[in-house]
Design a protein around this ligand. Structure first.
Ligand code: KIV
Ligand code: ZN
Length: 540
């Protein structure tokens, strides 16, 4: 690997998916894994196999299906699994990743005084011994072993040099330095990496990596400081999702290295024109919206509102734009679409927005576009994106919405009648009252499907300005008898959650679609719905 190449280690499917509410089904993980591979990442942390049998299986499928797929003349990405520094985790990790052409075991143990004393209840000497043993244990399985001293940002640097030196002797090939709680400043984190480069025996034979959390909003700055001091791998997630305030965001680091080439002198293997597409996919599937002013991928990242800015832009784009929107896969078309626009115009616009539609998909989307254009005079790019997200990133429809009728207001209790089509092709109807129209609908859906759940989160937002805007609804729910998955850091088992989303001009319809989307995932995830050998869907 050349000295001016920074490897992109994506942990969207592990640290990103660990954030509350971001739970993905196995099929969704695979979909994202394929997109990440196409995006050009070097290493993919596909999950924490010891979290649950489902997590193990999802990592295994990614190892098989994505970890053996060439990308043109580029090798498949390294498929990495996370394991605590204990034998059982390492065994499970290997069980899952061994099918990849390039597998990696990533094992970790905390090294900060506070973690060693209160969480691990171990002496520093015991920590060093366990690192030695577990790195060597992982090495028996796999040549490519990464070790992370958890909470390195608050660890004693001298102790880190010792632990990292022992990890290298035991066979680690990558040393990842996590600022687990997002505590350090760029100056401190840069100095930490520099100290490690200068003082760790054997460091010249391994790759040093950064892993920064964003609690103080410094994750990208810290990561770049790490790169300036010799790190040649960065651990990042799409949209910066992750525990608490999240991880360093892939798009920010990649675009900083690309846009400020002279400042950093480093390149990556990322095809930046795919960033917007992957960002939208991750946002839709995790149910985690991107804030409008988010760098690179926020809806306003390339929008110029102020008159003085617009004037400048018209005179010369570089007055207010440091990156071309096309470089992240955005194309700003000024053409307005409306009810007279044809299929070809829609196809071209979708391509500009980063969606390549085949004939079948175009047919489907065109129907929805026409319905929308009948309701709204002007269909904006934001409308089209909402429509596409709704079309593309929905789970398999086990129960599908057929009809819905709601009465509400100040006179009577809100009441809803809902008709769904079940997996057997039958129509099921229920009518109920509720505290509001959405509550009434959800109760009717519950009566039909019969899967007891807690609704954890419900949000509705309008996609554009205006009274006729599309409403986008996101929900998160937890089945009452959900299986659990263990957090790698705390060891605590949490029930599995499922998210869903829906987009319609009628927000009650969008709400029901979002709820059904989450329930359809939950039906599969809880094993209540299974496909029989003949592929005949049955309710267990
Ligand atoms: O933040 C952290 O310390 C981690 C480790 C497991 C690398 O995610
Ligand atoms: Zn982390």
């Amino acid at each position: 690997m050349s000295d001016n190449y920074v490897q992109i280690f994506d942990t969207t499917l592990r640290d990103g998916e660990q954030s509350p509410g971001a739970t993905l089904t196995s099929a969704e993980k695979l979909q994202i894994a394929r997109a990440l591979s196409e995006l050009g990442i070097d290493i993919m942390e596909a999950g924490f196999p010891a979290a649950s049998p489902d997590d193990l299986e999802a990592v295994k499928q990614i190892a098989i299906q994505v970890g053996n797929q060439m990308r043109g003349d580029r090798e498949p990405p390294v498929i990495c699994g996370l394991a605590r520094a204990v034998q059982l985790d390492i065994d499970r990790c290997w069980e899952a990743i061994q099918y990849a052409k390039h597998p990696r075991i990533h094992t970790f143990l905390a090294t900060s005084p506070i973690h060693m004393k209160y969480k691990l209840k171990m002496d520093p000497e015991e920590v060093v011994e366990q690192v030695r043993e577990m790195v060597a244990y992982a090495k028996q399985y796999c040549d490519d072993v990464e070790f992370s001293p958890e909470d390195a940002g608050r660890s004693d640097p001298e102790f880190l040099y010792l632990v990292l030196g022992e990890a290298i002797k035991a066979g680690a090939t990558t040393l990842n330095i996590p600022d687990t709680v997002g505590y350090t400043t760029p100056e401190e984190f840069g100095a930490l990496i520099n100290g490690i480069m200068q003082n760790t025996p054997g460091i010249e034979n391994v790759v040093v990596s950064t892993h920064c959390h964003n609690d103080l909003g410094l994750a990208t700055a810290n990561t770049l400081a790490g790169v300036q001091n010799g790190a040649r791998q960065v651990e990042v997630t799409i949209n910066g999702i992750g525990e608490r305030a999240g991880n360093t965001s892939l798009e920010e680091v990649v675009m900083a290295l690309q846009t400020r080439g002279q400042a950093y002198g480093q390149m990556t293997g990322i095809d930046s024109t795919q960033i917007t597409k992957v960002s939208r996919m991750v946002s839709s599937l995790t149910g985690m919206p991107v804030q409008p002013n988010k760098a690179i991928v926020g809806a306003n990242a390339f929008a110029h509102e102020a008159g003085i800015h617009q004037d400048g832009m018209l005179k010369h784009e570089e007055t207010y734009e440091i990156m071309r929107p096309e470089s992240v896969g955005l194309n700003k078309s000024e053409l307005v679409l409306g009810k007279h626009s044809g299929r070809h115009a829609l196809k071209v616009r979708m391509q500009e927005l980063g969606y390549d539609l085949g004939n079948d998909a175009l047919y489907e989307v065109f129907g929805r576009f026409k319905d929308l254009a009948d309701k709204k005079k002007v269909v904006t790019n934001a409308d089209l994106i909402a429509l596409m997200q709704d079309e593309l990133y929905q789970p398999r429809e086990i129960f599908a919405l057929q009809d819905l009728q709601v009465t509400c207001g100040t006179i009577n209790m809100p009441m809803a009648s809902v008709r769904l089509q079940g997996p057997d092709g039958e129509q099921y109807t229920a009518a109920t009252i509720g505290t509001g129209p959405v509550d009434a609908c959800y109760k009717a859906v519950d009566q039909i499907i019969g899967l007891p759940v807690n609704l954890i989160e419900y949000t509705v937002r309008s996609v554009t300005d205006g009274i006729d805007a599309i409403g986008e609804v996101a929900v998160r729910l937890e089945p009452l008898d959900a299986s659990t998955r263990t957090s790698p850091q705390t060891g605590v088992a949490r029930p599995v959650q499922f998210s869903g989303h829906g987009a319609e001009t009628d927000i009650v319809v969008a709400s029901v679609k979002a709820y059904l989307s989450a329930l359809n995932k939950a039906l599969v995830g809880t094993g209540m719905f299974v496909d029989s050998a003949e592929n005949e869907p049955v309710i267990a």
